[in-house]
Design a protein around this ligand. Sequence first.
Ligand SMILES: Cc1cc2nc3c(=O)[nH]c(=O)nc-3n(C[C@H](O)[C@H](O)[C@H](O)COP(=O)(O)O)c2cc1C
Length: 223
Amino acid sequence: MRRKGTAMIKFIWAGIACLALAGAAMAKETNMIKLPPPDMQGGKPLMQALKERHSTREFGARPLPQQILSNLLWAAAGVNRPQTGQRTAPSARDWREIDIYVTTADGAYAYVPDEHALRPVLKTDIRARTGMQDFVATAPLNLVYVANLERMSGADAESQALYSAADTGFIAQNVYLYCASAGLGAVVRGLIDRDALAAALGLGAHQKVILAHSVGYPKSEGE
Ligand SMILES: Cc1cc2nc3c(=O)[nH]c(=O)nc-3n(C[C@H](O)[C@H](O)[C@H](O)COP(=O)(O)O)c2cc1C
């Protein structure tokens, strides 16, 4: 009887230990910054957004509200079919190899489409490192499109370059169209010191910076 009791106590302690471990793992996950659900209603009609899409290189300092950032990232490459995890932008062989890094005055984050959340990457302002033009240091938001080559199974180097560039283009155009719809300015950029930016973001050899995208309210709004 006593033996049975000891075994039960051991069993309970083992359970508590398991729960503690699970709790620690969850705490790690809670580093994630959950974005508000994207507003999928409204916006300008597609033809009007296409009519208004253009590049802007002068931005006001006003940061983007979290709801706008949520909408923007969802439009860029958010999940629009939860049953499959597929996204607003197509990707070759459904590799979903393009990660979007978000850089602001507060730091750098990686967008996690499946959770519609931001994973903190850096607490420093590396906006100036995302490009070689003066305005990038002050644009409230600079997105960085990074291809994770490990997800492009079976692709040789030429295919990796071709498809990661094409897949980035779809995402970038989604961003342009959302910006046109929401009255934001934007310019996609290739003029980047890619090695310096990869080092700043702590990227691995399998991660390639493709393009960056500056976004903000147009300076003409007087800010
Ligand atoms: C792949 C790509 C790379 C670009 N790189 C830069 C860049 O580094 N800096 C910049 O100011 N504009 C850049 N642009 C923006 C183009 O200069 C701009 O799209 C072009 O002048 C046409 O203007 P629009 O976008 O207003 O139609 C780039 C555009 C693309 C598609």
